[in-house]
Design a protein around this ligand. Structure first.
Ligand code: SF4
Ligand code: SF4
Length: 293
């Protein structure tokens, strides 16, 4: 399998990508970004037994290879699902969040997370097989997660422009509370709104913002045992994040409350809380300095 990862580092080093371009129509569309970055979180991408990058890549690649050899008849497409469910590990962090067995790798180089049943997939020859999925064709066609509706367009443009890694992108893009709080903190520090142009003018800020976003995966202050990454963001709120509570001796969590909550931070002691705050202070200060240089 090809390495799907690229970073805005590449652009900063003058290698493969450039600083973000000026926004164009459609640049706030979150589901598909490029030939290597897209999202499948609402199809259950991260609700798998092995939610590591390597684990998900291997799962999608194997599944896509098998689907390429599947005749496009209703019976064969349904059989593909049954065989997938027999072969693949069905243990899931969230047992009531459907993981779609038709999620795979699509696009000309098979590098993009996407729907194997979509009519634009060349082997489907214009036929839409999504009606055979668990959710049915209509839901697959019209569903959009809360982030797509709630985040301001300029925030969506910056997420799209900065995150060059599909694995992080899909984990981050549904986190509308976390993203909103991160951008609001930056704007508070700058005392003005933030726009995509800021990253064109200060390309080194891409890396600093991506560093903040990567906390979604690597946050070192989660409670022990809290390892699952899947986010349940649907409106029925069946799996809310646990409420963050102040440590003994503190009345409230006054700083970074939403960010700490959404990153699932342990706050058993004042020391836990201060270390997490300090970590965020450093990351935000680095980004602020890049944007004000
Ligand atoms: S989770 Fe949201 S951004 Fe991701 S594919 Fe679904 S609707 Fe699009
Ligand atoms: S069939 Fe629906 S749920 Fe499955 S991958 Fe396609 S869009 Fe997602």
């Amino acid at each position: 399998m090809k390495n799907l990862r690229a970073t805005c580092n590449d652009g900063l080093n003058g290698q493969t990508t450039s600083p973000p371009e000026a926004p164009k129509p459609g640049d706030d569309y979150l589901c598909q970004v490029s030939g290597s970055v897209s999202c499948g979180a609402c199809c259950g991408l991260y609700n798998v037994a092995d939610d590591s990058r390597a684990g998900i890549e291997a799962l999608l690649a194997a599944r896509s290879r098998r689907f390429a050899a599947t005749p496009r008849t209703f019976e064969d497409v349904l059989r593909f699902r049954r065989v997938s469910e027999q072969r693949e590990n069905q243990q899931r962090p969230l047992s009531d969040f459907h993981h779609c067995p038709y999620l795979g790798l699509v696009g000309p180089r098979q590098e993009t997370v996407g729907c194997l049943l979509h009519p634009l997939e060349p082997l489907n020859r214009g036929l839409d097989f999504r009606s055979l999925s668990h959710y049915g064709g209509m839901t697959c066609h019209i569903y959009f997660c809360p982030a797509t509706r709630l985040l301001p367009a300029r925030y969506k443009q910056m997420v799209r422009a900065v995150v060059m890694d599909w694995y992080l992108y899909g984990l981050l893009v549904t986190e509308h509370r976390l993203l909103q709080a991160i951008f609001e903190e930056i704007e508070y520090r700058l005392n003005r709104p933030l726009f995509l142009d800021d990253f064109r003018e200060h390309p080194e800020a891409c890396r600093a913002l991506e560093g903040l976003f990567e906390l979604r995966v690597s946050w070192p202050f989660r409670p022990p045992g809290r390892t699952r990454l899947v986010n349940y963001f649907f409106n029925d709120n069946r799996h809310p994040r646990p409420d963050i509570t102040p440590p003994p001796g503190e009345q409230t969590i006054g700083r970074y409350r939403t960010i700490l909550q959404e990153l699932e931070t342990r706050t058993n002691t004042v020391g836990d809380l201060r270390r997490a705050e300090l970590h965020l202070d450093n990351q935000f200060r680095t980004l602020q300095e890049c944007l004000q240089s």
